[in-house]
Write a new protein. Structure first.
Lengths: 483, 114
């Protein structure tokens, strides 16, 4: 077979794949078309992977003796890697989605890094540009791999607390500098054909080791609530790495797919950082807990505990209720019970809406997914900017497992560390119920003025148990009491 | 006839620029409610790296390269398959309230009164 036929087929399928990815992502911009969007993108992936086996007809002379083994290895790797990931993706719990996405993301970064490693160890790059691009892609891919793995470990609870040491930032800076120095030296040696101080393969290994170390050192000190930003960053990183390796392999489909994801990840990162009123570098390079020495403004009022049943009945006779769910709800696995309660309220004619803060959960939009899993229709779920004015006309705001995102200090108290962060104005509702495990503080470690407000009552207990009590109380009234 | 693709520096920069812009515009319009599936969906899209892995592995000419290439395909395939599986699962859960298209549907959801 003449070589242009497989080349042409690969060219056409890769072009089709790039189009299908873009079109698929476009369809994902609405909940109605989104399921077909991922299918379209999946189709693109399938044809691109199948067509890639046509590279068989154009392998280099050096690789020809290895070809049959290589084909076997490729098939095994595809089935093994794809199979395990597919199976784990099908059975993972929705609450564990962030760590799963982090894991898959790390895999992508690792794959990009491994491609770079093959190119570097095999001395296959041509010219300084390709070598530099390969190295940059390798660096980003390796950082994404080790960083994502640490993020996974944190989200999965393997690593419980952020590990912070004094001089951490200096250490990170030194590791970064060392990585870049080794990378620069590799380019210098390759270009000048001078005798390297260390043999090239060792040099390349050192480069990867330093890059991996940097990813670990960079992610370890970052706290749990900052994870939405971190996952977004690594998603963007992997995209970038894939795009750069696509250039090295002269594959435009990889370049386009990688860069689209890189841009998308960057956008999400900025959105998440904005929702926390912090810059991206602030999330990555400083630690939330450290400026805790600020003086807490005087808080007037007291905590007023109330019974779950009373709160439930009060809401049953309200006409408009807005629910603010937070990560604590997901921890208590209370989404199903919450929606059961909401359906009871709706049956009694109460107007119920959900208000979601952009950083509720451990990855962007996680709370929306958890509510969707419980069966909550998406037209009942509203984002911060769309619902914040509604609180003033609401009879009740029910805050479940959320804390910092409803703290009015972000609006009023200039000395507060969260001042300026966009919050849900739950305090503007006529009545506020806060369902909370105990009297502890939120992630930011600051007292929530809302809890002490005149119109706020606290319902202490596990979110799920509280909701069960509310449901029982409302059921106890009987539906005949409605109307 | 020659269908070999050759992308040099500036052409690459043009591709990168247009792709990044396209990604920014497409993703910028996705509502916040879909941010998680969007992230796992774009995560799936960069699973295309598996194609690069297959290329590298097929062109491997030493045991070392074979091992690293195998690793690349393994991880890339995991990225793609896993990303698809979780995105598909999540998107299937999003539903609108009320049986708007079918009046006789026995949907469990309450119809919202406007």
């Amino acid at each position: 077979m003449p070589t242009f036929i497989p080349q042409m087929i690969i060219g056409v399928t890769d072009l089709a794949a790039a189009f299908l990815f873009l079109y698929g992502l476009k369809r994902m911009s609405s909940p109605v078309t989104a399921p077909s969007g991922i299918f379209v993108a999946g189709l693109g992936m399938l044809v691109a992977v199948l067509a890639s086996f046509l590279y068989i007809f154009s392998v280099s002379a050096a690789a020809r003796p290895f070809l049959s083994v290589n084909i076997g290895l490729a098939v095994i790797a595809l089935i093994l890697g794809g199979g395990i990931a597919w199976w784990s993706g099908k059975k993972v719990a929705m609450t564990s989605m962030p760590q799963m996405v982090a894991l898959y993301n790390g895999m992508g970064g690792g794959a990009a890094g491994a491609i770079a490693a093959v190119e570097l160890f095999g001395n296959k790059t041509q010219g300084a540009t390709q070598l530099v691009v390969t190295l940059v892609g390798a660096l980003i891919g390796a950082v994404s791999l080790s960083g994502s793995l640490i993020a996974w470990a944190k989200l999965d609870g393997v690593i419980k607390k952020p590990l912070r040491a004094t001089g951490q930032q200096t250490f990170n800076g030194i590791v970064m500098l060392a990585t870049l120095t080794v990378g620069g030296y590799i380019v210098f040696v390759a270009q000048s054909s001078a005798d390297p101080l260390i043999a090239m393969p060792q040099l390349i290994s050192l480069f990867f080791a330093l890059a991996l170390l940097f990813g670990i050192a960079m992610t370890l000190p970052i706290g749990g609530a900052d994870m939405p930003v971190v996952i977004s960053i690594y998603n963007a990183f992997t995209g970038l790495a894939v795009g750069l390796e696509g250039f090295v392999l002269q594959n435009p489909a990889l370049m386009i797919a990688g860069m689209v994801v890189g841009a998308a990840g960057m956008l999400l990162t900025l959105l998440m950082a904005k929702a926390m009123n912090r810059s991206v570098s602030n999330v990555v390079f400083t630690n939330f807990g450290t400026p805790a020495k600020h003086k807490q403004g005087d808080i007037k009022g007291s905590l007023k505990p109330t019974e779950a049943g009373d709160a439930g009945i009060f809401m049953r006779y309200a006409s408009k209720v807005i629910i603010v769910p937070g990560y604590g709800l997901a921890v208590a696995q209370g989404q199903q019970k919450l929606y059961e309660f909401v359906k009871l309220l709706q049956a009694a004619g109460v107007d119920v809406k959900f208000a979601i803060h952009p950083v509720a959960g451990r990855m962007p939009g996680q709370m929306d997914v958890l509510l969707a899993e419980a069966g909550v229709p998406y037209d009942m779920i509203f984002q911060l900017e769309d619902i914040n004015d509604d609180f003033a006309s609401a009879d009740v705001a029910l805050v479940i497992g959320a804390n910092d995102v409803v703290n009015p200090a972000a609006r009023d108290d200039k000395s507060s560390p969260i001042f300026g962060m966009p919050i849900l104005n739950a305090d503007k509702a006529k009545k506020v119920y806060v369902v909370k495990r105990g009297e502890g503080k939120g992630y930011a470690g600051i007292v929530n003025a809302l809890f002490y407000a005149e119109n706020c009552e606290m319902v202490y207990g596990d979110a799920q148990a509280v909701l069960v009590k509310m449901i029982e109380a409302v059921r106890g009234l009987g539906l005949s009491a409605a109307a | 006839m020659d269908f070999a693709i050759s992308i040099t520096g500036f052409v690459a920069l043009y591709i990168f620029m247009l792709a990044a812009f396209g990604g920014w515009v497409i993703i910028g319009r996705v509502p916040a409610i879909l941010h998680t599936p969007l992230m796992s969906g774009s995560n799936f899209v960069h699973g295309i790296v598996v194609v690069g892995g297959i290329f590298a592995l097929l062109n491997a000419s030493s045991v070392e390269e074979q091992a690293i290439g195998f690793f690349a395909v393994l991880l890339g395939a995991g990225n793609a398959a896993g990303g698809y599986a979780v995105t598909d699962r999540m998107l299937a859960m999003f539903q609108v309230s009320g049986p708007k298209h079918n009046k006789h549907s026995h949907s469990a959801h309450h119809i919202k009164k406007a």
